[in-house]
Design a protein around this ligand. Structure first.
Ligand SMILES: NC(=O)c1ccc[n+]([C@@H]2O[C@H](COP(=O)([O-])OP(=O)(O)OC[C@H]3O[C@@H](n4cnc5c(N)ncnc54)[C@H](OP(=O)(O)O)[C@@H]3O)[C@@H](O)[C@H]2O)c1
Length: 212
């Protein structure tokens, strides 16, 4: 099984780090090309390679870790997904520029982000339209990337919520999550689990649970 990561920012590198720690091989990409990731892959060791977005997108499981505004542009034009698994890590938010003027109407301003209005739709439904033929599993989106570590400092395993509509895809992703050392919890179908664990304002978003 091959794994690709599209996006090498806070979340993409956080995911690559947990793959590297578990010895799971993956190809990671960003917008600037593999050479710009030389330092990262040297730091992470042999299991993580730098590649182009197209190379990462060819994997059996493709982790999409780009900003919501970039999703359509980055993954919309990639070759056919043909039943491969795409992990949607996104939350529909805009990242605020540092020093942006105060906005009392933005309940997430303290976090440096602003919700994007999807007209009542949930984000994975919109995301799925960009990857026709893929089997989408929502994962890695409910925790701050800085806290993405399988072992809790107080003992036990960090819980990762996931959801999706394809039982086999979910079973493969669950096995991967277990290999990484996290404790997976299945939140059900994409239109149930997605809204539960997504910003804004899923009740499980930003919930860092520990399985003792
Ligand atoms: N940060 C978190 O704590 C967190 C937690 C949960 C979920 N998420 C979600 O994860 C996603 C990524 O967030 P982030 O914080 O990691 O954002 P980020 O730090 O801004 O990283 C975005 C990455 O996307 C890359 N990218 C843009 N165009 C690309 C292309 N054509 N091909 C490949 N990569 C491309 C950028 O490449 P360059 O580096 O070359 O610019 C950058 O590495 C968002 O949807 C966010 O909502 C983030």
């Amino acid at each position: 099984m091959t794994i690709g990561i599209i996006g090498a920012g806070a979340l993409g590198t956080g995911v690559a780090r947990v793959f590297a720690a578990a010895g799971v091989a993956a190809v990671i990409s960003n917008s600037r090309g593999p050479d710009s990731l030389a330092g990262l892959v040297e730091e992470l060791g042999q299991s993580i390679k730098a590649g182009t977005t197209e190379e990462a997108a060819q994997a059996d499981i493709v982790v999409v870790a780009v900003r919501w505004e970039d999703v359509g542009r980055v993954i919309g034009g990639l070759p056919a997904w043909s039943g491969r698994i795409v992990i949607d890590t996104t939350n529909p938010v805009t990242f605020l520029e540092p020093g942006s003027p105060e906005d009392p109407t933005n309940p997430l301003a303290a976090y440096g982000i602003k919700p994007i209005d999807l007209g009542g739709r949930h984000s994975s439904a919109v995301f799925s339209e960009h990857v026709p033929g893929a089997r989408v599993v929502k994962l890695f989106n409910h925790l701050d990337a800085r806290t993405l570590a399988p072992a809790s400092p107080v003992g036990g395993q960090t819980v990762l919520f996931y959801s999706g509509d394809d039982a086999d895809a979910k079973a493969q992703v669950r096995a991967l999550v277990e290999t990484l050392g996290f404790y997976p919890i299945d939140l059900g179908a994409l239109d149930v689990g997605g809204p539960l664990a997504s910003l804004p304002f899923g009740p499980l978003a930003a919930s860092h649970l520990v399985k003792i």
